[in-house]
Design a protein around this ligand. Structure first.
Ligand code: CP
Length: 313
């Protein structure tokens, strides 16, 4: 009988920490999970009796729901902690919250937090697996993995494929996870955005920086558009929404300059008419809802790889 492959890690905290072979194992496992999710009865008993807790200090539609669905496909139990009605509102700190949840008997805690490094802190202070569902401006590893999974479905091997990541790079955990993963898989990554939204020293991650979307789009294989965080506009990082959309938005006019088979992506939620027009977001090159579908398979793969080798106490 073949030995089931798992990841020799307690936690999934970022793509920065994953080896190339670990990334490939997750992506290959996600392919199997996608097949399971598409069955008439999408359920296997692999994580029966495992208990998973989601602890989201920031809002989410896609990530939390797809983790729930992934856990249910694997027959795990899930508890969603509602932060606003939890004792966090009485001032309980993250470590105390995690330790209290753990002693109730959970195998994994999935954390989204506004503070970069919060899941790492939790992971150091508990035995349960911790999965980072987005931490501040640091990483969103499961989004990075589902993006890469979708890119591979559309474009095959990503080696030397040109991927544009466009928008507010400085405040984007999605951008950082994409960059770590794509560079490990040999893609050419170009980040495009206003200079005020590109962190100093980003080239050290192996990417090229450009402010000229019209020039870069001409030979792009994939365009990953980032959500513009409108709250940043108050801080004067760009003069106006209209000017941002003109220079860095993806619209039908700009799409005419792109190769016919370019793949258009967006992690969601979308600000329609700002970083991307509805015509393009819903157009023939977009794979945005396929990304969301793939999120269930990728998250199921991660739960499987982290938890299936662990004995329940
Ligand atoms: N892409 C993403 O993280 O979406 P949610 O905020 O809805 O989870």
């Amino acid at each position: 009988m073949n030995k089931v492959k798992t990841i020799a890690k307690k936690d999934l905290l970022g793509l920065k920490d994953l080896s190339i072979s670990e990334i490939k194992l997750i992506l290959n496992t996600a392919r199997s999970m996608k097949e399971v999710a598409a069955r008439p009865i999408p359920k296997v008993p692999t994580l029966l009796a495992k208990h998973i807790i989601t602890l989201f200090y920031e809002p989410s539609t896609r990530t939390r729901t797809s983790f729930n669905m992934a856990a249910k496909i694997l027959s795990a139990n899930v508890t969603n902690v509602a932060i606003s009605s939890s004792s966090v509102s009485k001032g309980e700190n993250l470590i105390d919250t995690v330790k209290n949840l753990e002693v109730m008997g959970c195998d994994a805690i999935i954390i989204r937090h506004s503070m970069g490094g919060a899941p790492h802190l939790a992971a150091k202070n508990c035995q349960s697996s911790v999965i980072n569902a987005g931490d501040g401006f640091n990483e969103h590893p499961t989004q990075g993995l589902l993006d890469i999974f979708t890119m591979q479905e559309k474009k095959g091997d990503l080696k030397n494929k040109k991927v544009l990541i466009v928008g507010d790079i400085a405040h984007s955990r999605v951008a950082r996870s994409n960059i770590w993963g794509l560079k490990k898989l040999g893609a050419e990554v170009v980040v495009v955005g206003p200079p005020t939204m590109i962190p100093v020293g980003l080239e050290a991650m192996g990417v090229r920086v450009s402010c000229d979307f019209d020039a870069e789009i001409r030979d792009a294989d994939i365009i990953n558009m980032l959500r513009i965080q409108k709250e940043r506009q108050e801080k004067g990082l760009f003069p106006s929404i209209e000017e941002y959309a003109k220079l860095f938005g993806l619209n039908a006019e700009r799409m005419k300059k792109a190769p016919k088979d370019v793949v258009v992506m967006h992690p969601g939620p979308i600000n329609r008419g700002i970083e991307i027009t509805s015509e393009v977001a819903d157009g023939s090159n977009n794979v945005i809802l396929e990304q969301v579908t793939n999120g269930v398979a990728v998250r199921a793969a991660i739960l499987f790889l982290l938890l299936s080798g662990k004995n329940s106490d």
